[in-house]
Write a protein of this length. Sequence first.
Length: 183
Amino acid sequence: MLIALQKRKENIAEYILYIWQIEDLLRALQFSPEAIYATLVAKTEGTDEQQKENIFNWYMQIVELLRKEGKEQQGHIEHTLHLIKDMHNLHLQLMELPVGEHYRMTYMRMAAELPRLRTILDNNEISDTELAFRALYAAMLYRIKGGGERAIEDTLAVISPSIGELAALYGKVERGELNLFEE
């Protein structure tokens, strides 16, 4: 919870990927409150019992969302998917507005790889932004499992700059530091 709150403030992309990791971790723990507490909460350093209870409740809220949304086996909570939609809306604006000139150049390097990624991930129904997130997450999982290092590095080298810049711009817009319509 504490890491998620920090990531949410600092980098929306890292936050989304972190929540996706938490979802998979909770699934691996079979949503067991005892396992969640023992694995994710009990050993949290520098926290008192009240903070541990808050952290545990946060994990259990994610469990409840996964169950409520029917995503016990796979998928991601709507909260993160809505954030990705917000980011994609920003992407669409940046593709048109003068303020997005640098972003467009960064995105074009990734755009050439999107058809290949769509084929690999076998999903034509999602936005380019969600596709990029799914590819980043898949690369993270492959890295954890080991193997495919060259493909992982290629994917990260193509996608990370674009999503990183989009996330930075999203944060600036959210904090009021960037006006999209300013000349």
